[in-house]
Design a protein around this ligand. Structure first.
Ligand code: ADP
Ligand code: ASP
Ligand code: MG
Length: 388
């Protein structure tokens, strides 16, 4: 019997009524004859609410305890969904990430999956049961509970699809796939029926939260096709796979970006060390000659770092005078273009009134870092000029 992994995001299980409708969909998939594994996210905005609760206690909460707290969100939805399915007369059992055999490193808040040993899931599937798994979580070799980074339920789904040799992974959310820009920001964004792993990964890396970047990376390695669909409005989908048409262009905006600038070789070395020690993901790190020494710039997406203020304090304490940290920024990126699009991107951003702070062009992407309030207007302008 072919195994299908379905993942339902927070908005799909936001209340008991929606949870019931998800249970109906899961039951239908089981009745079609599939072995079904369902990965669920926390209900609605639960993860944000738990994070806010922690910040009321400590503005820079310790990451281990944060993981203990945040993983409870997904446990609530997994248990409720298992109950809803059992109520409909089918057998279902829920498992946490650790019970599902998801083994990670010990980087709390942003752990990486090292290994998946899904024996308990396989046993239950063999008994004909539907298995519900709490997304976004695992257990380290030291038996510590970890989380997989924001949006990490997608990662759980793909990791399980690979480990169970599933026929496909279906990621259900409140949009019917991936668009050429966030349709909430650009209403005329185009639906993309197909996308390569590379294009999707680049979009996710620069902040398109429709699919998690690590999940796409895992899917690429394991050659798992991702079907991104809407939970409650079935019809279209986006298929992310290896041999998709390679022409998709898109525009991505990301808020909460900080620009770090260093002067001098020592500042570059120490800043990158401190950021790595604190597991802060950096992007577009660029170092260049500056007189006899070197200066550098890099961007940090603070939404990925719950204790950013602590790290910022450490950088300023140790490197004062040689480091500048500018908050309140955003990045607007065009994916699927070559560096010749840079001039247009800069001109469009200026015309939209943005205060440009840095520009980076790589093989298939141009990113403009600018003041946060202007990012939505710039994304719309770039989309109108370069994609529509
Ligand atoms: P879930 O909670 O189900 O995981 P997410 O909120 O993580 O769902 O992702 C879905 C959201 O991603 C959509 O509501 C949409 O606003 C946003 N999004 C951002 N960029 C895109 C894009 N290029 N295409 C589609 N949706 C996008
Ligand atoms: N609930 C987690 C989050 O909000 C994981 C997920 O939704 O995928 O980031
Ligand atoms: Mg998500």
């Amino acid at each position: 019997m072919a195994t299908v992994v379905q993942k339902y995001g927070g908005s799909s299980v936001a209340d008991v009524d929606k949870l019931g409708r998800v249970a109906d969909k899961v039951v239908a998939a089981r009745r079609e004859g599939h072995s079904v594994v369902v990965v669920v996210s926390a209900m609605g905005k639960t993860t944000d609410q738990l994070l806010a609760l922690a910040k009321q206690v400590d503005p820079n909460p310790p990451r281990r305890e944060l993981d203990m707290l945040l993983t409870t969100g997904e446990r609530v939805s997994m248990a409720l969904l298992a109950m809803a399915i059992q109520k409909r007369g089918l057998e279902a059992i829920s498992f946490t990430g650790s019970q599902s055999g998801i083994i990670t490193n010990d980087r709390h808040f942003d752990a990486r999956i090292i290994e998946v040993r899904p024996h308990r899931i396989e046993d239950e599937l063999a008994r004909g049961r539907i298995v519900i798994v709490a997304g976004y979580q695992g257990m380290s070799y030291r038996r510590e509970i970890t989380t997989l980074g924001r949006g990490g339920s997608d990662t759980t789904a793909i990791a399980l699809a690979a480990a169970l040799d599933a026929e496909r992974a279906e990621i259900y959310s409140d949009v019917d796939g991936v668009y050429s820009a966030d349709p909430r920001v650009v209403p005329e964004a185009k639906h993309l029926p197909e996308l390569t792993y590379e294009a999707m990964q680049e979009m996710a890396d620069v902040g398109a939260k429709v699919l998690n970047a690590t999940a796409v990376e895992l899917a690429k390695k394991a050659k798992i096709a991702i079907h991104a669909r809407s939970t409650f409005e079935p019809g279209r989908e986006t298929l992310v796979r290896e041999d998709a048409a390679r022409d998709a262009r898109s525009v991505v905006g990301q808020k909460g970006v900080v620009l770090v600038t260093t002067r001098g070789e020592r500042a570059l070395d120490r800043a990158t060390e401190i950021l790595a020690e604190a597991s802060v993901p950096t992007r577009d790190v660029e170092a260049r000659p500056d007189g006899d020494g070197m200066s550098s710039t890099m961007t940090v997406a603070t939404s990925l770092t719950p204790d950013w203020e602590v790290v910022r304090g450490r950088l300023l304490d140790e490197l004062s005078g040689a480091i500048h940290i500018e908050p309140g920024l955003a990045a607007a990126s065009i994916v699927g273009v070559d560096p010749t699009a840079t001039a247009t991107a800069v001109a469009m951003a200026r015309a939209a009134g943005a205060r440009i702070r840095s520009v980076v062009a790589s093989g298939t992407r141009v990113s403009v870092v600018l003041d946060e309030p202007s990012v939505d207007a710039v994304v719309r302008a770039l989309h109108a000029e370069l994609v529509a």
